[in-house]
Design a protein around this ligand. Structure first.
Ligand SMILES: *[C@@H]1O[C@H](CO)[C@@H](O)[C@H](O)[C@H]1NC(C)=O
Ligand SMILES: *[C@@H]1O[C@H](CO)[C@@H](O)[C@H](O)[C@H]1NC(C)=O
Ligand SMILES: *[C@@H]1O[C@H](CO)[C@@H](O)[C@H](O)[C@H]1NC(C)=O
Length: 506
């Protein structure tokens, strides 16, 4: 302990900064060497370093003649110490069976003098007294380390799922009597009254929610003033998104009901996952089975076309291992019902009723006329005069007292909640006798076309007349005249254009 290595010191400092939840690092273990604390499930390093001076001295003489033997003392005095790990002079490593895959020392130990024993992962039964004996060419060195283990126990064991009561408890291998257990969640002390009541030091979470995930730390205070802490990173398998989602869909459109797990089941070591959708409609149960492999976490239900009859409660049940978690999803359907079925004749009074199944009471409705001409496809808010006299445009019912040609096209009813737009449904207004109601457009088009034709014909006649005139004059140099006639005006035009451009630039 006199030569505390920088790395060990760093480990100690890092632990000290862990959200007020300090796991004692390495302490003087009284008569028995050092004491190391570790949390069950994580790793522990039992330090044993040889003074560099001693190694250098021995290296000059016989660098390879180093051996190390790690032993564990029996739990009671009459139990014989047993070998944990041995590295002979030849470099051959031997590990005893109970801890074989979990213990190691650095391969370069005999060169850098680091004979520390690493245990990964630590189990609660590993707590006890350990001793290392390092023999080198000119002497021997021994290290005594006591390993203390803190255990955080989950009941029922992992995976922890949403809404299933959970009990977290903490204990340690320390022999003194436990005076108090305190809990911290993400660094904040947990009050012992309220939701998380502490029962004999254990922490109870009656209905775990996603917000209960994160780091939980227990702090154990003993009669000899020792305080030991352990941190557990709690992951809760639940669903993404709000607790009671409502999906809004227009009648006649498709809908996807979400069912997404908060984590990949494989992250919890769960191999088999089945998703099951059901519906509570008129007392009988309809079932859908969705085949999914365990690498996904999303199990949506796709409905190709929804009608008002499809609205209602749906339930997604996901079986993860031996547990099942459920989420209810509400499908609300938006429908536009016209007072007149089929095409509407001009001049008639039309009511469009926008309705929503499963309203929650705070929805707002807005009507818009989507302009039918593609060049003016922007939304036109239905504030035309024929609506003003009939109250608020947020009303779910739209009244068109006298249907006219400009009302054709798509009418959209949008539903808004406090969180924003929820969905929209459309109605296509078709008017009978559309030829009668919209002749002006066609008429004006015909007039334009006719005028163009007349002008074109006049121009053709002029050109023809000029050509005939020229042919009658018979010029002496037809080629030259042709050149003059063609080139000169072109140059003039070009020069004019250049001037114009320059002027524009100035
Ligand atoms: C000594 O070796 C252990 C593993 O056996 C390692 O965790 C530790 O960081 C090493 N210490 C130093 C100072 O290199
Ligand atoms: C702590 O609790 C765990 C689980 O109940 C148990 O396996 C372990 O032996 C206990 N450790 C001590 C030191 O009592
Ligand atoms: C599991 O599904 C994912 C996508 O959902 C796919 O990429 C992957 O190949 C599938 N794995 C198996 C084993 O079928």
């Amino acid at each position: 302990m006199r030569q505390m290595s920088p790395v060990l010191f760093l480990t100690f400092t890092l632990l000290a900064f862990n959200a007020g939840c300090v796991l004692p690092g390495i302490a003087e273990g009284g008569s028995w060497g050092q004491k190391v604390w570790a949390t069950a499930g994580s790793s522990a390093v039992l330090p044993c370093h040889l003074s560099p001076r001693k190694i250098w001295k021995s290296w000059k003489q016989l660098p390879d003649k180093t051996s190390v033997l790690w032993k564990r003392h029996g739990k009671s005095a009459h139990q014989e110490p047993h070998v944990v790990l041995e590295v002979g002079y030849s470099g051959l490593q031997k590990t005893a069976l109970p801890m074989r895959p979990r213990v190691s020392i650095q391969a370069s130990a005999s060169r850098n003098g680091n004979f520390s024993l690493r245990i990964d992962p630590v189990r609660s039964e590993d707590a006890g007294l350990y001793e290392a004996r390092v023999a080198y060419s000119v002497g021997a060195h021994s290290c005594q380390v006591e390993l203390g283990v803190v255990t955080v126990t989950l009941s029922p064991p992992s995976p922890v799922v949403e809404n299933e009561p959970l009990l977290l408890s903490c204990n340690s291998s320390h022999r003194a009597s436990l005076l108090e257990t305190r809990w911290f969640h993400n660094g904040h002390p947990v009050p012992t009254s309220g939701t998380f009541f502490s029962l004999h030091g254990a922490l109870s979470i009656p209905r775990p929610a996603m917000s209960d995930a994160g780091s939980w730390c227990c702090q154990l205070r003993y009669s000899d003033n020792l305080v030991i802490s352990a941190t557990y990173n709690l992951q809760i398998l639940g669903f993404d998104g709000p607790a009671n989602p409502v999906v809004y869909a227009a009648a006649g459109s498709a809908a996807d009901l979400p069912c997404t797990l908060s984590y990949l089941p494989s992250a919890f070591g769960i191999k088999v996952v089945t998703a099951h959708w059901s519906r509570l409609a008129g007392g009988h149960l309809q079932d859908w089975d969705i085949p999914q492999n365990s690498s996904g976490r999303s199990f949506p239900l796709h409905l190709h076309t929804v009608g008002p009859g499809d609205a209602g409660q749906y339930r997604c049940a996901i079986s993860v291992g031996s547990k099942t978690i459920k989420r209810d999803v509400t499908l609300a359907v938006i429908t536009v019902t016209p007072s007149i079925q089929g095409p509407v004749s001009e001049g008639s009074r039309l009511l469009l009723i926008c309705s929503l199944t499963h309203p929650r009471g705070h929805e707002r409705f807005q009507w818009k006329h989507l302009d039918s001409t593609p060049t003016k496809s922007k939304l036109v808010v239905a504030t035309s005069h024929n609506l003003e006299s009939h109250g608020s445009q947020m009303s779910p019912t739209l009244e068109i007292p006298q249907v006219s040609g400009k009302d054709t096209g798509t009418w959209e009813c949008s539903v808004y909640g406090p969180e924003g737009s929820l969905g929209a449904a459309e109605y296509r207004l078709q008017i009978t006798g559309a030829q009668v109601s919209s002749p002006p457009a066609i008429f004006s088009g015909q007039v334009t076309f006719g005028l163009t034709l007349v002008l074109f014909l006049l121009l053709a006649v002029c050109v023809l007349a000029l050509a005939l005139q020229k042919r009658a004059r018979r010029p002496a140099f037809p080629a030259l005249e042709g050149m003059v006639a063609v080139t000169v005006p072109k140059k003039e035009v070009e020069e004019n254009q250049k001037e114009k451009i320059q002027q524009d630039e100035c």
